[in-house]
Ligand binder design. Sequence first.
Ligand SMILES: NC(=O)c1ccc[n+]([C@@H]2O[C@H](COP(=O)([O-])OP(=O)(O)OC[C@H]3O[C@@H](n4cnc5c(N)ncnc54)[C@H](OP(=O)(O)O)[C@@H]3O)[C@@H](O)[C@H]2O)c1
Ligand SMILES: *[C@@H]1O[C@H](CO)[C@@H](O)[C@H](O)[C@H]1NC(C)=O
Ligand SMILES: *[C@@H]1O[C@H](CO)[C@@H](O)[C@H](O)[C@H]1NC(C)=O
Length: 336
Amino acid sequence: MTGAVLLAAATGVALVLAFLLLLYIVSPLTSPKPLSLSGAHVVVTGGSSGIGKSVAIECFKQGAFITLIARNESRLLEAKREIEKFSVNDKQVVHSISVDVSKDCANVERVLKQAQEKLGPVDMLINCAGTSANGKFEELDISRFEQLMAINYLGSVYPTRAVVTTMKERRMGRIVFVSSQAGQVGLFGYSAYSATKFALRGLAEALQMEVKPYNIYITVAYPPDTDTPGYTEENETKTLEAKLISEASAVCKPDHVARTIVKDAILGKFSSSVGTDGHMLAVLTSGMSPISSIAEVLEAVICMGFFRFMSLYYIASFDNIIRRCMVKKEKSEKMD
Ligand SMILES: NC(=O)c1ccc[n+]([C@@H]2O[C@H](COP(=O)([O-])OP(=O)(O)OC[C@H]3O[C@@H](n4cnc5c(N)ncnc54)[C@H](OP(=O)(O)O)[C@@H]3O)[C@@H](O)[C@H]2O)c1
Ligand SMILES: *[C@@H]1O[C@H](CO)[C@@H](O)[C@H](O)[C@H]1NC(C)=O
Ligand SMILES: *[C@@H]1O[C@H](CO)[C@@H](O)[C@H](O)[C@H]1NC(C)=O
């Protein structure tokens, strides 16, 4: 009896030691040197509105030179003026480019080459241009599936292609992909949108493995519902089910979300999330993603099972919302 207990204890200790040894082996690979934004060239796609604009302001406040990218010129100009108010020295510049990042990769590469001639090689690229749509799978216009993939996915591939070669030559750089909590969990009405945001995660994992030896770090940000012009627009066409589900969490301010994204990108963290539920989702969906810190790995190893257990509550309540909506709709159809 005591023999068995001793054996179990010894095995436990051996497992813990083996785990600590493993962590020790990977630890030099986990933490890059934080990037200083002072004098750095930061490109923000979707920088004329919402989260992108707040990200640009945050970087500008830290001394960066900014290239803003979006389509609508008058909104770009307005954003440029707003950002310039936050300058911390008189050398700083905000340069804006009107281009559609979802079309014509060669053209996106050309304009970013011009931007690099003006403000120097890109130190950080933040892919924030994106849009969303909510509706039942068979009711969404099929063109929406194509548009969302073009803007949210290809619109992040093209700017990244335009900067990655120079980053590899310089052996430095940061690239951020702005996904969404809907890129961690598929929710009612987001069949078109979620697919594009999940796609960014796959792109980011593969690319990170390629560029890590070149000292380039990728961040995938998973913002919650955030109070932006884009969110207000989406809210107008949202299904009732999606509205009720999103009531499970609060709407965040874009400044708060942007500060977190910039902070995590500077540190080279692979995953960036906001709030307690955002943090839980990040742990729960960490899978086999790149390691950013020992603490993060330990937390995942210890908490993942428990978080999966807690997720049952959310899944059940979402299913319940959707069933109730369906029953209500069928009743009202019978009455007509
Ligand atoms: N707000 C949220 O609740 C939320 C939550 C999770 C994730 N996100 C993601 O965060 C990102 C920003 O969202 P947001 O709500 O801040 O959006 P937003 O207010 O609608 O701003 C979108 C920005 O992207 C630009 N853009 C859109 N399509 C473009 C294109 N084809 N080429 C170049 N620029 C383009 C827009 O400018 P033009 O229209 O002038 O081109 C604008 O500057 C998106 O990727 C979104 O999916 C948002
Ligand atoms: C560009 O944005 C302005 C200001 O929001 C708006 O009035 C205008 O209609 C937009 N132009 C286009 C072509 O969408
Ligand atoms: C979203 O729409 C609902 C009405 O359907 C409204 O009550 C709510 O305030 C809107 N939220 C935002 C942020 O626009």
